[in-house]
Design a protein. Structure first.
Lengths: 779, 274
């Protein structure tokens, strides 16, 4: 073991280049003879595309659908019954289906000139009535987005169950409607691609801001119909992904096709307006929940109807059905729900595609369920903390299989909630609420609990039947001749700090200093295949594979080391970057020197695989390991302005064995602040004609330093029984509970006014409107 | 996005700038700090044919104190006032406002004159300067004129400054030792565009009182009825402020009316407590 391995709070190896502005993002890369790409986009939400007229002097630099010979549409398939295909053409054809949909591609030497050219392309569209409301457009008789469909419902999922008896007899019933608004994902770096043909390699080389380089390669190869050996995808530094960059989009395919056609490097860098209006959005869910409980608030049954606004097209390869599948499967949350009936609709509208975003559907689920728990508490006249605590799955029940067939592997959920309440001083807060605040604001406290299924693998994805089914994750490890280590993994690190944490895993396994480990990732030409970074899987999967590969490498080091020390392999071990025998030790550098430079000194029966090996890994069972946490917050609501301030925010989380607690805390803090964005600030609204109303950061509000509270965090450690070193994933969880608990806190604050808000973001306008409604109802 | 093609000229002095403005055939914009014009050009919301950069005209950077006023050149940057580079003739009023405009990066570049002449309703200076009783000095080929800010703004993004005129600066009356002021800005987060601004200056020694509502859908609004009340030392509740707003503007929706009334009431409370 090394003191910098698993569990050590070491600084990230990535920090230096990022803090000194020396990172290398796709937009930093310029090639000789490079062309820049800009798109002509639809200004109409729904309409028949009649004509695209290119400027006569530039017809060879403008490309529309008919020009894309040999380019398939993006088709996201799913085996889920009732799923309908919603193919995404790389340039619009027939109809345009959302404002911002790409219609034509324009090439010029600079981006500004490409935009000039785009402005000269004439587009004629016959407008059709837009489909904008997901709940209303489920009904027959509304306009239809996809003309070969009979309605706008892309997918219906049901979890049938007979709960009629409970419904009839339960002493307490609460019902609510909860709405999460659509918003954008807003990574610091938007999407970006630079593609060129390399004659020497006989390859299309694609620099891309992607989380999933190998899937990207598969997608580009499939859609452009070229062999996968002829595509190399390199993800250089990538500035955040959050799920957006786990997808393949038309703009990237068009850039690749243009590079093949022009035989010149072609670059497209998404700008912020494109991101806010035309890129995939997230989060737009509508819930109708009924919960049935006994008089103490113990849940007897749960009934939920989820509607997901999937936008116009199904995203490749994850599909538009994943949100609803995750929502309906996770609706009971971390609570013991004896009976459950659920139905989920995925509805197509004239908006940009909806895509999985950090937390994937579960922030919406938690928004609905956490408010339901508080509603039950109000109905039975108890503190929401007590009702929540009594409904959580208890530690003694682990492993626990939920009514929705999720198996929670380990943990003490109630203890995490108790610790959060202690950190907040709940009794003190209840006393404080009885006194008036000197500034006239209203204080509220809210809690949220969740589980996060992480690193779910083959069995889960195969049941969805989408293109992507993750299998065995592989890592290649190689001892360098001077005793350093290279680790090659097919995942991609774009803020997760995996260049550090995977090195820490190697450090624990081999005793090598992480400073002497290079983690190579994000390049199909250099790394073993991986489906990539998503589903909070990478440290479990790539970390696990690294550990296994290092263990195999260790056996080879031991064999050579024992030979050099003239002792038995069984008497030596790998320790502190050395092979240590009964009377002597050999540095890794010496073993490297012998293998690479002095093979005459090797044992005669040496493993010819040498000091390099690729080993695969998959947790067993592979249905995912469940991290969990409780979060709690105190808010102050100004009843005159509607402004909500987060005064205090605390977290108690458990992601099993922590590889680097600072990285875990960074993920938790970042997730929570992103959750504050969903809860209080971020929204992509449309008018009734489908025009986006938030197209720049002047309208679209993100939380910043002044909106981020000083978050306090506590850790519990319940190692997973199923994974290498007991590691669980932790990348996404931080933002799952935030909207729900902040809604609870705001509604707790507003309770004296009789007002409630059940829609994100909880803007001043929504708060004041809720107060006005309550006053009107009381009058 | 990147700006559309434009021509660029750097003016050496005010006369040169005016000559460039008069001589241009197309749509011409003056570039000062560029903190609003730059983004608008990048978004192609503004596509001037010619940009006249006045950024190096030293005469527009002067700050001058007289016995009863402070002249602030159009090119004085927010940060200079925030950092106390201008004499304090307003009992800290201007300095406090400057320090809360957008973000420091914007304050380093953005100019007082640019803000006033851009007349973005959510900008701080149009409302703050109107409340302070400032007047604008405007120069053209025909000479200079002075216009009180109460006659300066003609609507959102619209002023009396003509196409071949240059705003030279603003003259702000000095506050007396007993002047009081209150300023209350409501925005989604610090640095964001304001959703409402209430600005109040009371200076009994000069028999002066102004109450201004900013960040509306048009030019900042003077509320003389409220000014008389605060001059008499009377508090103004949110309901009172709402009623005063209704008397001058009937178009606000209930939310906007509520936050405007709150901003006014709170600005008045601050001024009376000062």
């Amino acid at each position: 073991m090394s003191d910098k391995g698993i569990g050590a709070r070491i600084l990230r190896k990535e920090d230096h280049r990022h803090l000194h502005g020396r990172a290398n993002f796709t937009a930093d890369i310029a090639m000789p003879n490079m062309l820049n790409l800009a798109f002509v986009r639809s200004g109409i939400a729904h309409g028949r595309l009649v004509r695209v007229t290119k400027p006569a002097d530039a017809a060879d630099r403008v490309f529309a659908f008919d020009d894309l010979v040999g380019v398939k549409t993006l088709r996201a398939v799913s085996k889920l019954p009732t799923y309908k295909l919603a193919d995404y053409p790389c340039l619009a054809t027939g109809k345009v289906k959302f404002v911002g949909e790409p219609i034509a591609a324009c090439l010029a030497d600079s981006r500004a000139e490409a935009e000039d050219l785009a402005a000269r392309v004439a587009v004629e569209i016959d407008p059709l009535p837009p489909v904008m409301d997901m709940v209303a457009s489920r009904a027959p008789g509304t306009a239809i987005v996809h003309e070969d469909w009979s309605d706008n419902i892309a997918l219906t999922i049901q979890i049938p169950s007979d709960i009629d008896e409970v419904v009839r007899t339960a002493p307490v019933k609460v019902s609510g409607e909860y709405k999460m608004s659509r918003h954008a994902m807003v990574p610091m770096e938007g999407r970006a691609v630079l593609a060129y043909w390399d004659d020497r390699q006989d390859q299309l080389v694609v620099y891309s801001a992607t989380q999933v380089p190998h899937l990207n390669r598969a997608g580009i190869s499939d859609i452009l119909d070229i062999e996968q050996r002829q595509v190399r995808v390199i993800a250089p530094d990538v500035g955040g992904g959050f799920g957006l960059k786990a997808l393949v989009f038309p703009e990237e395919i068009v850039a690749c096709w243009l590079a093949l056609r022009t035989r010149r490097p072609v670059r497209w860098i998404e700008d912020r307006v494109e991101h806010l209006i035309a890129d995939a959005n997230c989060r737009e869910h509508h819930y109708r929940i009924s919960a049935y409980a006994d008089r103490t608030g113990k849940i007897l049954a749960l009934e939920g109807e989820v509607t997901v606004d999937a936008g116009a097209y199904s995203v490749y390869p994850f599909t538009n059905g994943l949100e609803a599948a995750m929502a309906i499967g996770n609706l009971p949350g971390p609570y013991h729900v004896p009976a459950y009936r659920g139905k989920a609709y995925t509805v197509t509208t004239n908006k940009p595609p909806l895509a999985p975003y950090r937390g994937v559907a579960r922030p919406g689920v938690a928004f609905a369920i956490e408010q339901t728990i508080d509603a039950i508490a109000r109905a039975v006249g108890r503190d929401p903390f007590d009702v929540r605590l009594e409904n959580l799955v208890p530690a003694a029940a682990m492993p626990y299989t939920s009514v929705a067939k999720k198996t929670f592997d380990s943990g003490d959920y109630p203890e995490a909630l108790r610790r959060v309440a202690r950190m907040l001083d709940l009794p003190g807060l209840r006393e404080r609420q009885k006194r008036r605040e000197p500034d006239g604001r209203l204080i509220g406290v809210g809690f949220g609990c969740y589980t996060e299924q992480t690193a779910h693998g083959t069995s889960v994805f195969a049941s969805w039947g989408i293109q992507l089914v993750p299998g065995f994750e592989q890592a290649t490890v190689r001892l360098t001749p001077d005793g350093g280590l290279e680790v090659r993994v097919g995942v991609q690190s774009h803020g997760q700090g995996m260049e550090t944490t995977i090195a820490q895993v190697a450090s624990t396994t081999l005793g090598i200093d992480p400073a002497r480990v290079n983690v190579v990732h994000g390049d199909t030409g250099l790394t073993p295949f991986s489906t990539g970074t998503y589903a909070s899987r990478s440290i479990v999967m790539a970390g696990g594979a690294t550990s296994r590969a290092c263990k195999v490498l260790a056996t080879r080091l031991v064999r050579i080391g024992a030979h050099l020390m003239q002792c038995e392999a069984k008497d030596v071990q790998v320790k502190d970057g050395k092979v240590v025998g009964p009377r002597a030790s050999v540095e890794f550098s010496e073993i490297g020197r012998v293998w690479y430079m002095r093979p005459d000194e090797l044992p005669p029966d040496v493993d010819m695989g040498g000091l390099e090996c690729t080993v695969g890994y998959r947790p067993d069972p592979d249905y995912g390991t469940f991290a969990y946490a409780s979060h709690g917050a105190v808010v102050a609501v100004d009843p005159d302005t509607g402004v909500v301030e987060v005064l205090d925010y605390v977290i108690c989380e458990d992601c099993g064995t922590m590889v680097n607690p600072m990285v875990v805390e960074g993920q938790a803090f970042g997730g929570a602040v992103q959750g504050i964005g969903t809860a209080l600030y971020e929204e992509s609204p449309y008018d009734d004609q489908g025009q986006p109303l938030h197209s720049t950061f002047a309208d679209y509000t993100l939380p910043g330093a002044t909106e981020a509270p000083m978050i306090r965090i506590d850790h519990m450690i319940s190692p997973s029984p199923h994974t290498e070193y007991g590691i669980k994933g932790t990348g996404e969880g931080g933002n799952i509970p935030t909207s729900g608990l902040l809604a609870n806190a705001v509604n707790d604050a507003l309770r004296s006014l009789g007002a409630e808000v059940h829609e994100t973001p909880i803007t001043p306008r929504r708060v004041l409107e809720a107060i006005a409604r309550a006053r009107k109802a009381a009058a | 996005m990147k700006p559309a093609k434009f021509d660029y000229e750097r003016a050496t002095d005010v006369a040169h700038a005016i000559g460039l403005l008069k001589g241009s055939g197309g749509f011409t914009k003056i570039l000062a700090g560029g903190q609003s014009l730059g983004p608008m050009m990048n978004l192609r919301l503004a596509q001037p044919d010619l940009l006249v950069d006045i950024g190096r005209i030293e005469a527009l950077k002067r700050i001058e104190k007289t016995h009863d006023s402070l002249f602030i050149g159009a090119l004085v940057r927010h940060a200079m006032i925030e950092d106390g580079k201008a004499p304090d003739t307003t009992r800290g009023y201007l300095r406090s406002i400057a320090g809360n405009i957008a973000y420091r990066a914007v304050r380093n570049r953005g100019t007082v004159g640019g803000s006033v002449v851009h007349a973005d309703p959510s900008g701080d200076w149009p409302t703050a300067m109107l409340a302070a009783g400032a007047s604008a000095r405007i120069t053209s080929a025909n000479g200079a004129r002075s216009v009180g800010l109460d006659a300066f703004f003609t609507g959102a993004y619209s002023t009396v400054v003509g196409e071949d005129e240059v705003l030279e600066g603003l003259s702000v009356p000095a506050f007396s030792d007993h002047a009081r002021w209150g300023y209350y800005k409501i925005c989604r987060k610090p640095g964001e565009f304001a959703d409402s601004i209430g600005a109040v200056v009371i200076d009994p020694a000069r028999s002066y009182a102004r109450v201004v509502l900013g960040a509306t859908d048009g030019a900042p609004i003077l509320l003389p009825a409220l000014a008389s009340r605060v001059a008499a030392g009377q508090a103004v509740s949110i309901a009172d402020a709402g009623a005063a707003i209704d008397a001058v503007h009937s178009g606000f929706d209930p939310f906007d009316r509520q936050i405007h009334a709150t901003a006014l009431s709170r600005a008045i409370t601050k001024a009376l407590a000062a």
